[in-house]
Design a protein around this ligand. Sequence first.
Ligand code: PGA
Length: 252
Amino acid sequence: MGRRKIIAGNWKMNMLPNEAMDFITRLSESVRETKSEIVLCVPYTDLFYSLLTAQNTNIKIGAQNMHWEETGAYTGEVSGKMLKAINVEYVIIGHSERREYFAETDETVNKKVKSAFNYNLKPIVCVGETLEQKELGKTSEIITNQTKLALEGLSDEQVKNTIIAYEPIWAIGTGKTATSEDANNSIKEIRKEIEKIYGEEVANKVAILYGGSVKASNAKELFETSDIDGALVGGASLNVEEFKNIIMSAEK
Ligand code: PGA
């Protein structure tokens, strides 16, 4: 369908500025010619260093969260306006760890997505089912509902520019990956839901990534499916060689 692949790293609460700069310098040398969009979502304290190091490379920098308000008395929070001011391009929204440990809801996810677009940030919105929900056969219901609520009130243009990451929670950091067939089927369901609300033209433009224990050894199989448009990579994005090999798996 001609969608460009996106390979995004999610460093979570790892990497100091010197490590971030070293990583980006090394990675940038080997990914000069890649066709995919390469994004690193780094901790706030690494953003500025990472942006400077990534200048004149094809590595894009993202944050891992943002507040939906522009400014105000929200101790410890960072807004989309602040991220945009230092040229951040991407922001992860609604990661399952944020939903689970920091009380994010579908409603706050939706507010954040809208606010991200107000500041021209590209949101990477995470959806995914728990093991219990999977075992109860609720995967499809959960992920389509999370998608619908995250996108509520967006224009067609904004929906087209939203990146969805399907991340089954039982596969995150566990070494268990969804089979490429299951991951592809879930992603098809998400796209079908978007099509139902926004039409086929919009749905075909949305990049939908898979996340959950993606590594160099399973990336190729995932990327060869019909609907998986790339990956959101946690643990394996902390190692330059491994992350590079994941990126290379997406190059045909
Ligand atoms: P993982 O994390 O690759 O370590 O499973 C993925 C994520 O949480 O985005």
